[in-house]
Write a protein that binds this ligand. Structure first.
Ligand SMILES: [Zn+2]
Length: 258
């Protein structure tokens, strides 16, 4: 039996073989694994993880407290495959659209990108290529999970809305409740991130997903209308900007990391 787990910045969901997807509040990956391994004859575990992953080892997660974690060493009788969650998402999107030049930009607790270029998932030498959330945008009065204070993620993410609300003692929780200047910064940071991805990777499809996009579908149209403001013109030829049609792309994609 195989176990598939998606550990996002806020939510965890898992699936045993092709059974129904189960949502859980559990954030401790070890206790979740111990519980399920004791209950089911699990031989393989595929994990989509919101953080830095290289060679199936989890190194860090800006939005989840975790240090270096080698699950293959902890559970030697089980085969583990672990991949970054947005990398998993873009694998699923690439399969869904039959497209080998595709970028996934997900905005949830954080903001992250996965890129498949010429049918190849772009990972970089340390597995952290395409970490769009941590490129500099402008200074914030608080620090990001990565330790810097100028990341795009501090302006354009679900976590950013929370951080600004705490900092300003404001009672806003959603994008459309943000004060005018923060709302403007959110859209600018979004446009900036998407334009950089399109300019650098020249995808055929840019697919948007994640909790913040799901509850603010207007972001798709906003990007279609405004991306030419920042992106390199030639990279826009034939570009399609779409909202994900897959409910659980990270969970679907972790099955493809064979
Ligand atoms: Zn950062």
């Amino acid at each position: 039996m195989n176990l598939y787990i998606d550990i996002g910045g806020t939510n965890t969901r898992f699936q045993l073989d092709n059974n129904e997807v189960i949502y859980t509040k559990e954030r401790d990956i070890i206790s979740l694994l111990d519980r399920l391994i004791a209950q089911y004859p699990i031989q393989g575990v595929y994990i989509s993880f919101a953080g830095q992953v290289r060679d199936n080892i989890i190194y860090s997660a800006p939005n989840i407290k975790i240090d270096k974690l080698d699950l293959n060493a902890l559970y030697p009788d089980i085969k583990f495959r672990v991949e970054n969650d947005v990398n998993c998402a873009v694998l699923a999107q690439s399969d869904y659209y039959s497209c080998g030049d595709i970028v996934a930009l997900y905005i949830g607790t954080g903001i992250g990108a996965g890129v498949i270029s010429n049918n190849q998932l772009i990972k970089g030498s340390r597995g952290v290529a395409t970490e769009i959330g941590h490129i500099p945008f402008r200074e914030a009065p608080f620090v990001c999970g990565c330790g810097k204070d100028n990341c795009v993620e501090l302006f354009c993410s679900g976590g950013a809305i929370k951080k600004w609300a705490e900092y300003l003692n404001g009672d806003f929780q959603k994008l459309d409740e943000l004060p005018k200047d923060l709302y403007h910064n959110f859209l600018e940071a979004f446009l900036y991130s998407a334009s950089i991805l399109v300019t650098l990777f020249n995808p055929k499809i840019l697919v948007l997903g994640g909790g913040v996009v799901e509850s603010n579908s207007f972001l798709v149209e906003y990007l279609q209308k405004n991306i030419s403001k920042y992106a390199f013109g030639a990279s826009l030829d034939g570009l399609e900007i779409v909202q994900t049609r897959l409910d659980n792309a990270p969970l679907l994609g972790c099955k493809m990391t064979i």
